[in-house]
Design a protein around this ligand. Structure first.
Ligand code: ARG
Length: 456
């Protein structure tokens, strides 16, 4: 008795697939989103079949038209997916044959779902990378506008969450612009390895029917074709790399979130987020919470988890295709969705963030932030840095025990190495202006960096 299953591989089976197995193995509930890439891949594949004399021009036109109609139907939400057909590849192929008849059955010649799914996910990754590059640029733009407006707004810079030395808000925000630029570089680099066409690798050993792989690749916008069929259909490096790039980008957004959470607390008060980008408490009427930042920080865990899921899924697989590989898609889609939302909402939120200049400057006005500058002053007077460090340490201790601000302490009493002129160090403006080396936070440097980034 022929099995009841609608699957396209049922020829050798005499029993229908168990319901639980169908539910367990289906991927259509999530891989449906590969449909535009699946259609594009099939059209390129069919065109190569014409060239190889396997399809007539008319048959090709019928197939192409059918695929385009199916694509439209899916886009419009009117397509009925079936879990009996497992995945997007068989759902589309089966719908095609239903629509255009037996000629639809020619499409899968010299192709397997194994090279098909690898092709689809590569096309998906490529288009996701292209979108993400824009979203990252938009977030950089928002940071850059704030950095430009606050190139001269003095802020304490922290190590160990203890005030260290003066910087500016602009310099602090530009640090994130740098991180995001490296995230983009990583994506651009990953794209090179994504953009290679596996179609023609078949199930694992190519095919006895030779289609023009270069032509298929060119039609799909790939830079070239893969060079080992076994590698091509079992490789998921390109997804792992992408998930790593997104995990790291998420890590950067998470650090930014943590900074903003601190900045928006009553304890810091350096910044205020707009009402549109904060939420209230159902109990405490006064609350205005930085939930977007907290969600970004929290969702970064998913990005890391997705990377580890995939790495774990592939680590023990013998060549070539194993169904474990189907587990690549949910982490991939989830990471793309998560980082996309994070980038978009953060760009919007940061563009509307208000920096509280007086609070920032007041926090930076503690003369202890210039203790290092005082040691530098001694060095310029000929004292070795280690001794200078110790002398200033003594001065700091005295300032603390006597409860006299460091800039009001009579330094000449602390050590004869200090002269009256030493107190000239205690000007924040001068201290910043002196930090002129590349990468340092003088206002002029920050302005130059803003200009450089705007150019880029
Ligand atoms: N849905 C499958 C996946 O995502 C497509 C490839 C199926 N290949 C197979 N030999 N069962 O991996």
């Amino acid at each position: 008795m022929p099995p009841k299953t609608a699957a396209m591989w049922k020829g050798r089976f005499s029993q229908a697939t168990a319901d639980l197995v169908q539910q367990y193995g289906e991927s259509i509930s999530y891989d449906w989103r590969l449909y535009p890439h699946d259609v594009a891949g099939s059209i390129a594949h069919a065109r190569a079949q014409v060239k190889a004399g396997l399809l007539t021009d008319d048959e090709f036109s019928t197939i192409e038209k059918g695929l385009r109609e199916i694509e439209k139907e899916i886009a419009a939400g009117g397509f009925e997916f079936s879990i009996e057909l497992e995945d997007i590849h068989m759902n589309i192929e089966s719908a095609l044959t239903k629509r255009i008849g037996a000629v639809g059955g020619k499409l899968h010649t010299a192709r397997s779902r194994n090279d098909q799914v690898a092709t689809d996910t590569r096309l998906y990754c490529r288009s996701a990378i292209d979108d993400l590059l824009d979203y990252i640029s938009a977030l950089q733009g928002a940071l850059l506008s704030q950095a430009e407006a606050h190139a001269g707004t003095i802020l304490p810079g922290y190590t160990h969450l203890q005030r260290g030395q003066p910087v500016t808000v602009g310099h602090h925000l530009l640090a994130y612009v740098e991180m995001l630029a490296r995230d983009k570089e990583r994506l651009i680099d990953t794209r090179k390895r994504v953009n290679v066409c596996p179609l023609g690798s078949g199930a694992l050993a190519g095919s006895t029917i030779n289609l023009d792989r270069e032509a298929i690749a060119a039609e799909l916008g790939f830079d070239g074709v893969t060079t080992n069929s076994m590698d091509a259909i079992s490789d998921r490096d390109y997804i792992a790399e992408l998930l790593f790039a997104l995990a790291l980008c998420g890590g950067h957004l998470s650090r930014l979130s943590e900074d903003l959470i601190l900045w928006c607390s009553s304890e810091f008060g350096f910044a205020t987020l707009s009402d549109a980008h904060t939420t209230g408490s159902s109990l405490m009427p006064q609350k205005k919470n930085p939930d977007v930042c907290e969600l970004t920080r929290g969702k970064t865990g998913r990005l890391y988890g997705n990377l580890v899921s995939l790495l774990t899924a592939i680590k023990g697989l013998p060549l070539t295709y194993n169904r474990d590989l189907q587990e690549d898609k949910e982490p991939l889609f989830d990471s793309i969705d998560t980082i996309t939302m994070a980038l978009k909402v953060n760009a919007e939120m940061i563009a509307e963030m208000k920096i509280n200049e007086e609070v920032c400057e007041a926090a930076a006005s503690d003369p202890l932030l210039l203790a290092t500058d005082l040691a530098d002053w001694l060095v310029k007077a000929g004292i070795p840095f280690r001794s200078a460090h110790e002398l200033v340490g003594k001065a700091v201790a005295e300032s603390v025990t006597k409860n006299i601000p460091l800039d009001e302490l009579d330094l000449t009493q602390v050590d004869s190495a200090f002269t009256k002129d030493a107190s000239s160090v205690f000007s924040l403006k001068k201290a910043l202006a002196a930090r002129t080396n590349p990468g340092a936070p003088s206002v002029a440097n920050v302005k130059a960096q803003v200009a450089r980034w705007k150019d880029a």
